[in-house]
Design a protein. Structure first.
Length: 354
């Protein structure tokens, strides 16, 4: 039986490692400038502006743009200075166990959007509804986890503004760590959420992407499968059960009952469930922890998606794998944070759209 951990998921290993999603070259140890507040330099709270400051440089940006009615359904988009248009778009999806986190983490230790922008790419960072207010149970709360659905809608909204922003809607990359990486992989593998017959032009946009570069990511969100993959030393934290609206303590009182009730939800929420032969997005995965760590950010999730290892477990759950389907991928295990960061930078800027 899994042990229960009652303290909230701190994600400290992924936060340290997801300094690994800076882009390009060596990272400075200095903090990036905070996101514009709307009170600096005459910047409006929302709308394209000419003078958004980031790390001592100035870019055009559009902040807190709504893509839905909930206050968390917002994104920021930043545009490079010069460069050819239409330009690729890199979308950062924050982590936090599906119940916490914010798009503002893109402006601190978690990401370095300046290198993306200075390479001539557009950059966006999104918020999404969190599991504490919006847990997921398939057929009860909806078809898809709200966190995944929101990220897909944000991509649709960005694509709907592609011409105005000078973005190439056919070249969209996703990146993120832990939960943000899981959302990225879910969208990379899931059937398109576009509704071609919708009267809403945003809903007609595709949610498919060119590539996903992720760190410390759980490729399955089936608790029983995670337990088997990470072995008996694994401690169940609040993040994964919280996605479905229950606690580790409740689950551990009767795992079989929860696995039966939430089987369809586990299946739908897991990125690996949607991997199929028609998937073409390039995948990059890096893990700071080695195999055998028994941690929710342990590296076992990578080989499980990449090559179906352990094979007996993949066979038991009927899982496809990237290698068998010919989906291009790169997997790095036990990567120090700086090396992982540089590798993701290189993938996003030099390999993602090639």
């Amino acid at each position: 039986m899994l042990q229960a951990q009652t303290t909230p998921l701190l994600l400290m290993s992924v936060l340290a490692a997801f300094g690994l999603i800076g882009c390009g070259g060596e990272l400075s140890s200095a903090e990036l400038d905070p996101a514009p507040t709307g009170e600096e330099e005459g910047v409006a709270a929302s709308g394209v502006v000419a003078n958004c400051s980031l790390g001592g440089s100035t870019y055009r940006c559009e902040r807190d743009v709504p893509y839905g009615n909930h206050p968390l359904q917002r994104y920021d988009v930043w545009l490079p200075n010069g460069g050819a248009t239409p330009r690729p778009l890199v979308v950062y999806i924050h982590g936090g166990g599906y119940y916490q986190g914010d798009k503002s983490s893109a402006y601190g230790r978690m990401f370095d959007p300046q290198v993306i922008l200075d390479a001539g790419y557009a950059f966006a960072t999104i918020n999404y509804r969190l599991s504490g207010e919006f847990p997921y149970e398939k057929g009860v709360t909806g078809l898809y986890p709200p966190q995944m659905q929101d990220a897909g809608r944000a991509i649709q909204a960005l694509r709907s503004s592609a011409r105005r922003l000078g973005i190439d809607p056919t070249r969209v990359a996703l990146t993120g760590g832990s939960a943000g990486g899981g959302i990225s992989l879910w969208l990379a593998f899931h059937d398109d959420l576009a509704l071609p017959e919708s009267a809403n032009p945003i809903e007609r946009q595709s949610t498919r992407v060119s590539c996903a570069a992720v760190g410390q990511t759980q490729t399955t969100l089936d608790i029983g499968e995670i337990e088997a993959l990470l072995a008996d030393t694994f401690v169940l934290d609040v993040g994964v059960p919280g996605l479905y609206g229950f606690t580790p303590e409740a689950y551990n009182q009767d795992p079989a009952a929860y696995q039966a009730r939430f089987a369809a939800s586990f299946q739908e929420a897991s990125p690996i469930s949607h991997l199929s032969a028609d998937d073409t997005a390039k995948i990059f995965m890096t893990y700071e922890l080695p195999l055998g760590s028994g941690n929710i950010h342990s590296a076992e999730f990578g080989p499980y998606l990449a090559a179906g290892r352990p094979f007996a477990l993949a066979q038991r759950y009927g899982r496809n794998n990237l290698a068998a389907l010919g989906v291009p991928y790169t997997l790095r295990i036990a990567q120090p944070a700086a090396q992982g960061r540089q590798a993701i930078n290189d993938f996003l800027l030099n390999h993602c759209f090639q």
